[in-house]
Design a protein around this ligand. Structure first.
Ligand code: BGC
Length: 416
């Protein structure tokens, strides 16, 4: 028996040794990139790392916008078992940094000159107290519309340039018996549409006043009520099975010609590309009517969780791979986003990607670049969740627009 115990402990010690060796050579990455287009983009990163001899343990947590992933992350950190690297957005990154949970990436950032090439709008989230704490992967934006070109052509509909033209296009599709708007009824998707709709009625100053400065007068004002009225019109023009549908299934409805439009961030383009569709030929991408000069952005970043000590060689390799100009182009071409560096050529990007890069640069230069409320770049999670609750309750008919603005003021003032 004694001998058996001894043998057993030798085996256990051996296993422990193997697993810590394995850990030293690989990264465990928690993310929510589970759709076809997202997985294709993620493979670009996995391949890059495997080329450098760094292994990859995948920890996918489905759920667009990342709410479920953040719940899993909190459980892992509470259990003292944080993953090596975690996809994160905006204010969430700053929260983890303030708790001291993130590794210091300053050495790799200094060696590679990140300060000179990453725009200030991203540094505001990637740096904390002068330290780089996450590696920016991309810049997405939420104020896009995706359309099936053949469906529009067959119904004599031109790309709508104003809200009134959009309303007319939607009415024409409805009259033709086609679902005008593909949508998935999940709080984060309702809120994603709301980013663009609110920008269209509030304008850039109003958007900032409402969602960044949390000004009560703007949150409860007429332009906000108008935004809720527009949301009600959108709600009236989705199909009856919209509730709970994943965003990529809504994108598939546009790809397959079952619906005319989807309002969604440019990760939707990844689905069109994954289905071999070509911008300008099969589908159209354009800014939500009334927001042509503005960009509501969100940037995916990988936070490197402190594994006890300084940043590990694998974390440094991952961060360095993410920021390399070649990766920034290769990954974002597939993902639908645009590079997180300002010095990457647009040569390999399709027409929507080229427009995205141009719009981002122009919006940054003219003061028209704003963080997405829906994707955690305008206000901290508590406020974001308060906005989600009101927007979703209104979308589902619980409140009329007048009640919604009152509820919005209340919910935000409690949350902030
Ligand atoms: C992320 C995107 C992702 C989308 C849908 C957003 O919050 O920034 O990278 O594709 O959610 O999952």
């Amino acid at each position: 028996m004694r001998k058996l115990l001894k043998t057993k402990s030798v085996i256990v010690a051996g296993l422990l040794c193997t697993s810590s060796l394995a850990q030293a050579e690989e990264v465990e990455v928690l993310h929510w990139w589970t759709s076809g287009g997202e997985a294709a983009a993620l493979n670009v990163l996995k391949d890059d790392l495997s080329g450098q001899g760094v292994g990859w343990t995948d920890m996918p947590v489905a759920g667009g916008g990342g709410e479920q992933a953040m719940t899993v992350l909190r459980a892992r950190v509470t259990a003292g078992n944080a993953p090596t690297a975690v996809q994160g957005l905006g204010f969430d990154i700053q929260d983890w940094a303030a708790q001291g949970a993130l590794a210091d990436l300053n050495d790799v950032a200094a060696k590679e000159g990140w300060d000179n090439v990453v725009p200030d709008a991203l540094k505001a989230f990637a740096k904390h107290d002068g330290k780089w704490v996450s590696a920016p992967v991309n810049v997405h934006s939420t104020n896009w519309v995706w359309a099936n070109k053949a469906v529009l052509d067959a119904n004599g509909i031109a790309q709508p340039a104003s809200w009134d033209e959009f309303v007319a296009a939607v009415e024409a599709l409805k009259a033709a018996g086609i679902t005008p708007i593909a949508h998935g009824g999940q709080a984060w998707q309702d809120a994603t549409i709301f980013d663009a709709v609110a920008m269209s009625t509030l304008g850039p100053d109003g958007y900032k006043a409402a969602f960044v400065d949390l000004d009560e007068g703007t949150l409860g004002g007429d332009a906000m009520k108008e935004a809720f009225d527009r949301m009600a019109f959108i709600r009236d023009n989705v199909d009856e099975n919209f509730s709970g549908r994943d965003w990529n299934l809504a994108t598939a409805m546009v790809i397959n010609g079952e619906a005319g439009f989807q309002m969604m961030g440019d990760w939707a383009k990844g689905e069109f590309l994954n289905a071999d569709k070509v911008p300008g030929e099969d589908f159209l991408c354009f800014r939500f009517p009334g927001t042509a000069d503005q960009v509501t952005f969100n940037a995916d970043q990988f936070m490197m969780f402190d594994q006890g000590g300084s940043v590990s060689a694998e974390q440094a390799a991952l961060a360095s791979a993410i920021l390399s100009p070649a990766f920034q182009s290769a990954f974002n071409v597939v993902k639908g986003s645009v590079p997180a560096r300002t010095d990457v050529s647009d040569a390999d990007f399709d027409a929507c990607g080229k427009q995205g890069m141009k719009d981002l640069a122009a919006a940054a230069a003219s003061g028209n670049l704003f963080g997405s409320m829906a994707h955690g770049h305008a206000a901290p999670a508590s406020v974001k969740n308060a906005v989600y609750d009101v927007v979703t309750a209104h979308f589902n008919g619980e409140y009329d627009s007048e009640t919604a603005v009152v509820e919005l003021v209340d919910a935000v003032s409690i949350a902030k």
